[in-house]
Design a protein around this ligand. Structure first.
Ligand code: AMP
Ligand code: MG
Length: 491
């Protein structure tokens, strides 16, 4: 077995942070897919990973040399209610690798069996959610959104029981770390300030090294986390992405997206859109995501209070001021992102109103979120050949006066129409992991052991900005019979 270049820092933290344990072996591992580009980045041999021996490792039946497997402890607010004891109930961290650029990544097997945090669960993952996470997380990465990634997926040869019997699978998840707001909550709830300090130092070293040189490193950490979360959620908003389960245990300190359970990209724009079958009150609707991120960050700030200042009142004031900066941060990131989508290099007076009007019109007409933006790119250069998404989408009449005003605004922006159009084509994807396509790919794999649609969709999603008329069906919104109304947690 080849040696993996492990460099495990989390396993060096005190044993209150985790439980050491190995993945539980499965009956008959089978390969599904290895992410070759990511394997190369991590310095791993993709051919070996895809081999029978590699498949055993990816299924948790064998450990690579140097692995120090563990399940991490964490707590979290789920739908607003605090749970002091969550933890990795079905995921095992094998260790950390330094990639070819020296950057540190966690390698985790998700669906690797029971742990001390499994509660009533079986520790396993059905094939469908594993394929969904693979598709959506890789699509997010290619769209430029910070995210956990998928290194590989394997089948287990075992059945897992949910509402019906399903094939089991294991996902190899890669992230800059798996430290969550809920990890801080775990120690804050136990009033373990020394563990909190160790955790903060660890997170600073891994994710916010510049904070170490600050007068108040814990405050710099909090401010850094707030800035990254603002940036992240603005990217979600501008892609029409709904995370679905923004519990504090699903918010990483690294600023990456994690936990692709009941997530969805919107087709027709509906600000109150919710897909998750367990989100009965619409807490995590698209339009609520920024304020939920804000709320989650206030939870992080509360956890950090003991580290911010010796004087409690002053510590609280620092925490509050940091959290209060979120809305402005979010707005700034959002404005920058929307300017890119609309082809503007700079900002001008009236931009905000123009943008708000666009979203209002889009919502009133329930236009397809992705294709509406993409078609604006077609309108960016009146001299360019026929619009590329022609036939897929045409703006409703109510949008035409807005488009004229937007074109007027564009003319003041300084670059040529052709340049603007090119930039807009690179900012507005035409291929996204639409729910009906993801569901189709999952159904083929689960019902017929046919991974062709999964592979084809993955290939298509790898070039989200290049429209290819041959692949028209991947750009189309669902037909009425194909609309997916609900998505489910991967539990
Ligand atoms: P999630 O909904 O994936 O964020 O998971 C919430 C909590 O439930 C975490 O502590 C998970 O580890 C745990 N969990 C989810 N699914 C399972 C499962 N099949 N077996 C054991 N624990 C699980
Ligand atoms: Mg989770």
């Amino acid at each position: 077995m080849p040696t993996w270049p492990f460099d495990n820092s989390y396993a060096a933290l005190p044993d209150t942070f985790y439980a050491r344990l190995s993945p539980t072996p499965v009956a008959a591992p089978g390969p599904i897919r290895v992410n070759r580009a990511l394997a190369a980045q991590l310095g791993l041999d993709a051919d070996w990973l895809a081999s029978p021996e590699g498949t055993q490792v990816l299924a948790g039946n064998a450990l690579p040399e140097g692995a120090e497997p563990l399940a991490a402890a964490y707590a979290g607010h789920q739908f607003g209610g605090f749970n002091p004891q969550l933890g990795d109930g079905r995921a095992v961290l094998l260790g950390e690798l330094l990639d070819t650029r020296g950057e540190r990544y966690d390698i985790q097997l998700k669906g690797a069996g029971r742990t001390p945090w499994s509660r009533g669960g079986d520790g396993r993952a059905p094939l469908g959610p594993v394929l969904r996470e693979y598709l959506v997380s890789e699509a997010m990465h290619i769209l430029g959104v910070p995210t956990s990634r998928a290194l590989a997926a394997v089948t287990t040869g075992e059945t897992v029981y949910r509402d019906r019997a399903l094939p089991g699978a294991v996902l190899t998840r890669v992230a800059r770390s798996h430290i969550r707001i809920g990890t801080f909550e775990y120690f804050a709830a136990r009033k373990d300030t020394s563990a909190l300090r160790q955790l903060a130092d660890h997170v600073i070293a891994r994710h916010y090294p510049e904070a170490a040189h600050s007068d108040n490193p814990a405050l710099a950490l909090l401010q850094g986390a707030i800035a990254r979360q603002a940036q992240l959620v603005s990217q979600w908003q501008l892609l029409g992405f709904i995370h679905g389960v923004m519990n504090t245990d699903n918010m990483l300190l690294s600023g990456e997206t994690i936990d692709y359970g009941p997530c969805a990209f919107m087709d027709d724009f509906h600000p109150e859109a919710v897909f998750s079958s367990i989100d009965h009150n619409g807490r995590y609707a698209w339009c609520n995501q920024p304020s939920i991120a804000h709320w989650n960050l206030s939870v992080l700030a509360q956890c950090l209070v003991p580290l911010l200042h010796d004087n409690q009142a002053q510590a609280v004031a620092l925490a509050q001021a940091a959290v209060d900066a979120f809305p402005e941060r979010f707005l700034a990131a959002h404005q920058q992102g929307i300017a890119r989508k609309l082809g503007w290099q700079g900002s001008a007076e009236g931009d905000r109103e123009l943008v708000e009007e666009l979203f209002d019109l889009m919502a009133a007409e329930r236009v397809d979120f992705t294709l509406c933006f993409r078609s604006l790119a077609d309108f960016a250069d009146p001299g360019s050949p026929a619009p590329k998404v022609d036939g897929l989408f045409s703006p409703p009449a109510s949008l035409l006066p807005w488009i004229q005003r937007w074109q007027g605004r564009c003319e003041q922006d300084g670059r040529s129409a052709a340049e603007r159009q090119g930039a807009m084509y690179r900012a507005n994807p035409v291929f996204i992991p639409r729910n009906h396509l993801v569901e189709d790919a999952i159904a083929a794999a689960v019902d017929r052991a046919d991974f062709g649609p999964f592979e084809a969709l993955l290939a298509r999603l790898s070039e989200p900005f290049d429209y290819d008329p041959q692949a028209r069906r991947y750009a189309l919104p669902p037909q009425s019979g194909e609309v997916v109304h609900q998505t489910f947690c991967g539990t």
